[in-house]
Write a protein of this length. Structure first.
Length: 367
């Protein structure tokens, strides 16, 4: 049974002996997520007066689609969490802008909405995302800091009744909290969980999360890296626990919000290596180090990631995809020396940029 993407339909899917009910999900979408996608975390375009710049936002969306992204994540950390605050009034307009542009372009990609706040707000956001045709919600638990695992799981179960969930292990340096084995084991048992974004920037926590999924018995949950500091190693690693093995299917990354064409090429190369069974080339591990060095500059690692979102905007600005790096919160800006660091990595790793691709198509995307 095929369900059009974005149609308000509930499909009962049977995977082995495991029966699940997914609002707004199709077999095609599930298989696509499980196969692995490049999902950029969509930035927020503002004009010089801090107003939402819908035209510039659509240019970015067109860039991601042209680069071959398999999904878009909107309303997530890279989109600036402030859009979830009532006083900005931006959450629904920003989600609607991306959804409409994807429809206009005739693209069939996975649309993921960032879901924030305590339960009442999270449910309202999930309902709004479903109305706009989003397929899953990336659920942030930062607003629930200090809550017990039982309370967190109850919150997630409630939201999962509205929209399929992608779990989100947000790194503590940018507002996340420690989520242990017990939480992830219970989270994986929520039937409407389709994926988990692993982004603690910590190898111990990454392994613990994957082990929890393995112990849950779920083999249908797609794992996505959000570890922008360890992208290639995450994609290449086979995580084995007893007789169960897992790979990280793809990535939902702020780092993939720029130079997206190269991200698509990277994931395609990794997927080909997996299918062929060939020995992984050492050169790919070296490429991983280069990407991490770029990430250290753009994400402002030396200043505890204070300039991570402005850093993304700076790269996009230098390419002409954005006109500024203005944030909703005026206190958030590039750190001293960060622009110079970004210029350094652009100079040292020109093969990691997609500047020529952008130059060739920018005027087309601006129309």
């Amino acid at each position: 049974m095929e369900v059009p993407w974005g149609s308000p339909h509930i499909l009962r899917l049977e995977t082995g002996d495991f029966k699940m009910k997914y609002p707004l999900v199709s077999q095609k979408m599930l298989e696509t997520i499980q196969d692995g996608l490049v999902i950029p975390a969509h930035p927020l375009a503002l004009d010089s007066r801090k107003r939402f710049d819908e035209r510039a936002q659509k240019v970015l969306t067109r860039y991601y689609l042209a680069a071959g992204a398999g999904g878009l994540a909107v309303g997530v950390h890279t989109t600036q969490f402030e859009i979830h605050d009532d006083f900005t009034g931006l959450y629904m307009p920003v989600l609607a802008c991306a959804a409409e542009e994807v429809r206009v372009q005739g693209s069939e990609i996975v649309m993921i909405a960032g879901i924030c706040g305590k339960t009442e707000q999270a449910v309202q956001e999930a309902e709004g995302a479903v109305r706009l045709g989003y397929h899953a919600g990336l659920i942030s638990l930062s607003a629930m800091a200090g809550a017990s695992d039982d309370a967190l799981i109850a919150h997630c179960r409630t939201v999962a009744r509205v929209i399929p969930l992608m779990g989100f292990y947000l790194q503590p340096a940018v507002g996340g909290m420690k989520l242990g084995y017990s939480f992830w084991r219970q989270f994986a048992e929520i039937e409407n969980v389709v994926a988990i974004k692993i982004a603690p920037f910590n190898r111990y926590h990454t392994i613990e999360l994957i082990r929890a999924v393995a112990d849950s018995g779920r083999t249908d949950i797609a794992l996505y890296t959000g570890n922008d500091d360890n992208i290639v190693a995450d994609l290449l690693t086979l995580f084995t626990f007893g007789e169960k093995s897992f790979t990280v299917a793809g990535g939902l990354l702020g780092h993939w919000a720029f130079w997206t064409l190269r991200a698509v090429e990277l994931l395609n190369r990794v997927k080909q290596l997996r299918k062929s069974g060939n020995t992984l080339p050492v050169s790919l591990l070296s490429r991983g180090v280069e990407i991490t060095d770029c990430n250290s500059a753009v994400f402002d690692a030396k200043n505890a990631f204070a300039g991570c979102i402005p850093g993304i905007h700076e790269v996009l600005k230098e390419q002409g995809l954005l006109s500024n790096n203005i944030m909703l919160d005026s206190s958030v800006m590039l750190s001293p020396g960060q622009a110079e660091e970004i210029r350094r990595v652009r100079r040292d790793y020109p093969h990691l940029t997609d500047d020529e691709f952008v130059r060739d198509h920018l005027e087309e995307w601006r129309r």
